[in-house]
Design a protein around this ligand. Structure first.
Ligand SMILES: *Cc1c(COP(=O)(O)O)cnc(C)c1O
Length: 221
């Protein structure tokens, strides 16, 4: 079933759009089934869970960090992931940069935007985004490649449209600034119930869990 659902989603995607399989709480076996269906990027929310999955599955796919990353997990994250989609502070960016230096790596990152401007939520506030990107762009071991947003938690996915639109506007604005070392290639927006809207608003990286793997039994958050 998982394999077929991945194939279905991939068939529907417009050209240039890439699928991230959001794999939190899923077993390596479930992820492998998705890979058989053609999944090329796996999104993980927790470093520990990712470590276990990577140990089984290895580098036949790309691994994206899509959850909140704690500074003290940066070292492991740098070792495991091909992209970190949730960088939202200079503190975290600096730590990733340092770990990359030690590991001899360069890490592609997306800047996580708190497009709903919600208190206590991760992501940089839209108004602070450009300053953060300018500052982050000076770090030699980080490659800024775009933006990611979740938007506020909502029972009606249609309500997310303005937040996706706002994020796309910032994306274009940053692109227009031509900041040295910044290559705005990816706009990561949309989940199972909102990806169609996200695509209409310009997403080219969508993060899908439930639609591929089915309902989650347990949710850590
Ligand atoms: C879980 C998760 C998704 C996917 O959510 P679904 O509703 O299961 O498709 C996407 N992005 C992030 C950051 C997630 O944590």
């Amino acid at each position: 079933m998982i394999r077929e659902r991945v194939q279905e989603v991939l068939r529907e995607l417009p050209p240039g759009v890439r699928l991230v399989g959001a794999a939190k709480t899923r077993t390596p076996e479930e992820i492998l089934e998705a890979i058989e269906g053609g999944l090329e990027i796996v999104g993980e929310n927790y470093v520990q869970e990712a470590e276990r999955a990577v140990a089984v599955i290895g580098q036949r796919v790309k691994w994206h960090m899509i959850g909140r990353l704690q500074t003290n997990k940066a070292k492991k994250a740098v070792r495991i992931f091909d992209m970190i989609e949730t960088v939202d502070s200079m503190k975290l960016a600096g730590e990733i940069d340092l770990c990359c230096r030690n590991a001899g790596k360069i890490m592609p990152v997306l800047v996580g935007i708190n497009s709903g401007e919600e208190e206590g939520k991760s992501g940089v506030m839209p108004g602070d985004c450009i300053d953060l990107i300018r500052e982050m762009a000076r770090l030699e071991r980080i490659r800024i490649m775009g933006l990611m947003t979740m938007g506020p938690l909502s029972s009606n996915p249609g309500e997310l449209r303005p937040y996706f639109r706002k994020t796309k506007e910032i994306f274009e604005q940053v692109k227009g600034l031509n900041i040295h070392g910044v290559e705005m290639a990816y706009l990561s927006m949309g989940m199972s119930d909102s990806y169609c809207i996200a695509l209409e608003e310009g997403a080219n990286l969508i993060r899908i869990g439930t639609l591929i793997f089915g309902e989650r039994k347990s949710e850590k958050g």
